[in-house]
Design a protein around this ligand. Structure first.
Ligand code: GAR
Length: 203
């Protein structure tokens, strides 16, 4: 473990991206460990993490008097793990400035669309409704706006004529697993640089 960088993942659902990341770390593909997985609700991804012996936790908004107080609690719950990188991997809550500022430059989000197209909680549904032929997924640094911030990497996914939201989202997930691993690997290797609000990747 010595010298290995520390990743904390935030999830709300099935946790397949978190698992792809954890597997890449376990295989040594990324010189880091997923040291904690935190969720805003009970979700099956927490079981996946526990099965890999990754510490898990829940910080649920309903247990706090306001969004602000919840955000502070989430920030503190992440902070104790001293992360080098915080990955919002299917976390279905808006992160407020008190959280974002605490992890500036080391907080990234995964979004199932080619931002700036289709921000928000229904990106796959919105892309289908718009009739686009290509959508995909984006990894970006998090700023104070929703699904916004310097883009690190994107992957395109073709929309098939008979796609449902579920079939399209499944293919997006397959593509984003690889992309998220690649982006985290580059970040952990110190090859992702912010320059005047844009991301430069050292190849
Ligand atoms: C992923 O497709 C991710 O891009 C998306 O949720 C899914 C989580 O899947 N994120 C968002 O919609 C954030 N607004 P997973 O739990 O199986 O990794």
């Amino acid at each position: 473990m010595n010298g290995r960088k520390r990743i904390v993942a935030l999830i709300s659902g099935s946790g397949s991206n978190m698992e792809a990341l954890a597997v890449a770390c376990e295989r040594g593909e990324i010189q880091a460990s997923v040291v904690a997985v935190l969720a805003d609700r009970d979700c099956s991804g927490l079981e996946l993490a526990a099965a890999r012996a990754i510490p898990t936790g829940r910080v649920e908004p309903k247990h706090f008097e306001s969004r602000e107080v919840w955000s502070e609690a989430l920030r503190d719950a992440v902070m104790v793990h001293e992360p080098d990188l915080v990955v919002s991997a299917g976390f279905m809550r808006i992160l407020s400035p008190v959280f974002v500022d605490a992890f500036a430059g080391r907080l990234i989000n995964l979004h199932p669309a080619l931002l700036p197209a289709f921000p928000g909680a229904h990106a796959v549904r919105d892309a289908l409704a718009a009739g686009v032929r290509v959508t995909g997924s984006t990894v970006h640094f998090v700023d104070h706006l929703v699904d916004h911030g310097p883009i690190i990497m994107q992957v395109p996914v073709a929309v098939e004529p008979d796609d449902s939201e579920e079939t399209l989202h499944e293919r997006i997930k397959e593509a984003e697993h690889r992309m998220l691993v690649d982006a985290c690997k580059m970040f952990i290797e110190g090859r992702v640089h912010l320059d005047a609000g844009r991301v430069l990747i050292e190849r």
